[in-house]
Design a binder for this molecule. Structure first.
Ligand SMILES: Cc1cc2nc3c(=O)[nH]c(=O)nc-3n(C[C@H](O)[C@H](O)[C@H](O)COP(=O)(O)OP(=O)(O)OC[C@H]3O[C@@H](n4cnc5c(N)ncnc54)[C@H](O)[C@@H]3O)c2cc1C
Length: 473
């Protein structure tokens, strides 16, 4: 191991590796230090149930990884990455057996919505058309936008709550439920300001890019990033749990792919009391309860469109969904939570032995909950797919605390590196011109706790690395 570096990155999540790649591309000497024995953080694939069944422990569907301005500039396909595009990006089944699907074709999608067809087009067509202009402004820290007019127009739709936006645009409950399915990825109450923004961005990505995922598992995304990183001279050290800067070789800069709570525990940093105080008030969001199934057949959804979708959002009424996403913030659960299901093996035969299948799901739960929610998740899936439970060969579950044990960044089960409400969306971890920099000039944060927040897009790492270059090199 060399004695000194230009930049050391602590943590090999998608953001840590993105930061390392950008700095290495700029000719710097870099290395990544990771506490786990396998790289990838929340983007890892393991045989959690039975041999030959590959389950994504964390992230599973990577539209932002495919569409990310930084990641799509990398030659990842040359380093083993293969994308799988499901026939339908996502669907939402209703209690009468019908379903709405989000197709890449925006007109085909809108045509399902009856009276709400024109409103759907009115809401999404400008976003899909102008996404190329919007993405850089939305995927960085708050600043002067490159395209102010488009940014303001987006802000007017994105700042309200999902509930307010859905009520304004859609007359029919099914259309509102359909919108809630993607807005609820925010893990916020659906009447919280800016919860609409998640529905807008994620559905726009589905129309623009589909909701693809890496062949063989999300781990292959990380493996391709690392293969490229090493090919340009980067170094990765595993099983290195960093607790003190002294445990690392000398470096001009250190980029932490950690959340504020963890960074504050690292010894040897030189942070002001004020910075520590502000970072200590950073808020974490609700947790998740995760379940993976090995199945002897695909999930038998009643609706055919759901059987052809990579992702299925489950929530049978507006009230059920609003309630489920609200009560978790008051340490409660409903019996009918919003559930996200991903089914890779229908499109990717490498995920399970021949004839068998995998499925991945989670619901949002109170932060830190250790309760077992498998029965209510399975009951929700069964409502949309009678006979589902009989297909289960084996399951693996992880409550919030077990997820945090798997990856210390998943504080209390929060998969986004901190609450993503209006106060912490663009100004995370604290409101500051460069949220990536800290009062210790050597130290930067590059995790999902910085803008643009959770998801596998690498943009937090890329933005942090740009700040390092600007300040030091
Ligand atoms: C269950 C679940 C489902 C998800 N689903 C999706 C999805 O489908 N699509 C999507 O886009 N996103 C999804 N996400 C969110 C996405 O995975 C995260 O937002 C993203 O991985 C964050 O990347 P990161 O690099 O910021 O941090 P992480 O991936 O959390 O990586 C941080 C790394 O730092 C390491 N580390 C921590 N402390 C130390 C230390 N002291 N020393 C050394 N190393 C340390 C950790 O081991 C880890 O490897 C999901 C997450 C989870 C958990």
């Amino acid at each position: 191991m060399p004695l000194s570096y230009d930049a050391i990155i602590i943590g090999s999540g998608s953001n840590g590796i993105s930061a390392a790649i950008y700095l290495q591309q700029k000719g710097l000497k870099t290395a990544i230090f990771e506490q786990a024995s396998t790289p990838g953080g929340s983007t890892r694939t393991q045989e959690l149930t039975l041999p030959g069944f590959k389950h994504d422990v964390g992230s599973a569907i990577l539209p932002m990884g495919f569409g990310s301005p930084f990641l799509r500039s990398l030659p990842l396909e040359k380093h083993g990455l293969e994308w799988i595009f499901p026939e339908i990006p996502y669907s939402h089944p209703f209690s009468d057996g019908t379903a709405y699907s989000c197709y890449t074709d925006i007109r085909k999608t809108a045509a399902q919505l009856g009276d709400d067809e024109a409103s759907y087009l009115n809401l999404f067509e400008p976003l899909v058309k102008n996404w190329g202009k919007l993405e850089n402004d939305l995927l960085g820290p708050l600043g002067i936008p490159e395209h102010p007019l488009d940014f303001i127009k987006f802000g007017m739709k994105a700042l309200p709550s999902a509930k307010m936006l859905a009520k304004h645009y859609f007359k029919n409950e099914k259309s509102r439920i359909f919108f809630y399915g993607s807005a609820a990825h925010s893990t916020l109450p659906l009447d919280n300001m800016a919860s609409a923004s998640f529905g807008l961005v994620l559905s726009t990505m589905a129309h623009k890019y589909n909701w693809p995922f890496p062949k063989g598992g999300a781990q292959n995304f990380i493996n391709s990033m690392l293969s490229y990183y090493k090919s340009i001279g980067g170094e990765l050290y595993l099983n290195k749990n960093i607790t003190h800067l002294e445990e690392l070789p000398k470096s001009k800069t250190y980029l932490f792919d950690l959340t504020p709570k963890q960074l504050l525990k690292i010894k040897g940093t030189d942070f002001s009391d004020l910075y520590r105080k502000r970072m200590s008030s950073f808020e974490y969001g609700a947790g998740v309860f995760k379940i993976d199934w090995a199945l002897d057949k695909p999930i038998p959804f009643t609706n055919e469109k759901c059987r052809k979708s990579g992702t299925v959002h489950i929530g049978f009424s507006e009230e059920e969904m609003e309630n489920s996403e609200k009560v978790i913030h008051h340490k409660q659960m409903t019996d009918t939570p919003y559930v996200l299901v991903a089914q890779h093996s229908i499109f990717d035969t490498t995920r399970a032995p021949e004839g068998n299948h995998t499925a991945w799901a989670y619901c949002h739960v109170p932060n830190g909950s250790i309760a077992d929610f498998s029965a209510i998740i399975e009951a929700q899936v069964e409502r949309a797919a009678p006979g589902f439970k009989e297909c289960i060969l084996k399951k693996s579950t992880m409550n919030s605390v077990q997820l945090e044990a798997f990856n210390p960044n998943i504080i209390g089960g929060d998969i986004n590196g901190g609450k993503q409400d209006i106060t912490q969306l663009f100004t995370r971890p604290i409101a500051k011109l460069s949220p990536y920099a800290t009062p210790d000039p050597r130290i930067y944060i590059c995790s999902a706790s910085t803008p643009p927040g959770g998801g596998v897009h690498g943009m937090c790492g890329f933005n942090a690395a740009k700040a390092v270059i600007k300040d030091h090199f």
